[in-house]
Design a protein around this ligand. Sequence first.
Ligand code: NAD
Ligand code: UD1
Length: 336
Amino acid sequence: MAILITGGAGYIGSHTAVELMKTKHEIIILDNLSNSNRESLERVKELGGRDLKFYEADIRSRQSLDLVFAENNIEAVIHFAALKAVGESHEKPLDYYENNIGGTVILLQAMKAAGCKKIVFSSSATVYGSENTSPLKENMPLGRATNPYGTTKMYVEQILQDLYASDEDWSISLLRYFNPVGAHKSGRIGEAPSGVPNNLMPYIAQVAVGKLDFLRVYGNDYPTDDGTGVRDYIHVVDLAAGHVSALEKVLAGPGCDIYNLGTGKGSSVLEVVAAFEKASGRAIPYKFFDRRPGDVAENFADPGKANDELGWRAVRGLEEMCEDSWRWQSQNQDGY
Ligand code: NAD
Ligand code: UD1
C-alpha cells in the first residue's frame, strides 16, 4: 500500500518523505512545483536510500488526481499542498481560497471516489488567533484568523470535521504546527524561500550568510521577559516524525483528531538571535522596529495530547534548530 504526499517537494513535505522512507510504506509525491523544485526530490531519494514516485500535478485537477488514484493503491494521504505566505494572502485572497480550500475539496472528492478515507492535514497554530492564552490547547475555541491564509486553515479544519460527521469511516488527523524551523542534519534539504523571507529563522540565516544586512526585530515592548515576541519553534525533523506518528494513528482506525505539534517551550526573538550567533559563529546585527500587524506577544503549545495519544514528542532544542538551519543555509546559499 502507498502513501500519497501532496506538496511533498516543499519544506515540510520533503523532510516528512525522508522520515517515511524509513518505514515500509511506498511513497508517492504529487506537487505542482509552484513553490519548490525537483532537486529536493532527488535529495530526498538520496537521503532515503530508495526510490519514490513523483507526479507533477495540481490538487485542483480532478483528472490528475483520479489518474494518481487509479494507477496506485493509495491507503492514505498526507496533505501539505497549499500556498502559505501570510502577506501575499492579503493581496491575493482568491488565490489562497481557491488553492487551499478549493484544492482540498477536490482532493477529498477524489479520495472519496477512490475509497481512500484516511488523511493527515497540515493546519497551523494560527487558527488559535490572538484571543487565547498560551499554552494553547486543542479544545480552546478558535480565534479570528488575522489573515486570509489563516482563514483557509480554519475552513479546511471545519470541512474535515463536517466530512467526518457525515461519514465516520473517515480517519482524519488535523495537525496544528507551531513554528517549523531547522533542516535535515545532512544539510541536503531545508527551507528555500523565494525572495526575501517573511519568517524569522530563514531571515536570520540570510543575515548570517551576508545576503541581508540586518534583522528587523518587530517590537521590543511586548509583555515578555525581554520585550520581543515569543514563539514555539519546532525542529522540522521532529515535525516530520510527528506526521509519521499521526499517519500510524490514521491507519489504525477511523476518527477525527486534532493535535498540536510544538515543543511546549517558547523562545523570544532575541533568544533565537543569540542561539543562531552561537551556532554560526557569525554576528547577527539587528534593529528594533514597530510591532508587525497581526503579531501576538507569545504563542506556544501544550503538546500533551500529541505526546499522550501519538506517543510523539519533540526532542530537538533551539541550539540544534539553529545549527541545522545554519548548515543548510551555508551549504546552499541560493536554495536548491
Ligand atoms: P512549501 O511551500 O515549502 O510546501 C508546499 C508545497 O505544496 C510546495 O512544494 C508547492 O509547490 C506545493 N503546492 C502548492 N499548491 C499546490 C497545488 N495546488 N497542487 C500541488 N502542489 C501544490 O510549504 P511548507 O512550509 O512545507 O508547508 C507545508 C504545509 O504546512 C502547508 O499546508 C502550510 O500551510 C502548512 N504550514 C506551514 C508552516 C510553516 O511555517 N512552514 C506552519 C504551519 C502550517
Ligand atoms: C507567521 C505567520 C503565521 C504562519 C507562520 C508560519 C504572521 C502574523 N503569522 O507566524 O500565520 O503560520 O508564520 O509560516 O505572519 N520576527 C521579527 N523579524 C522578522 C520576522 C519575524 O522580529 O523579520 C518576529 C515576529 O514578530 C515574531 C517572531 O519573530 O515574534 C516569529 O515570526 P515568524 O517566523 O514570522 O512566525 P509567526 O509570526 O509566529
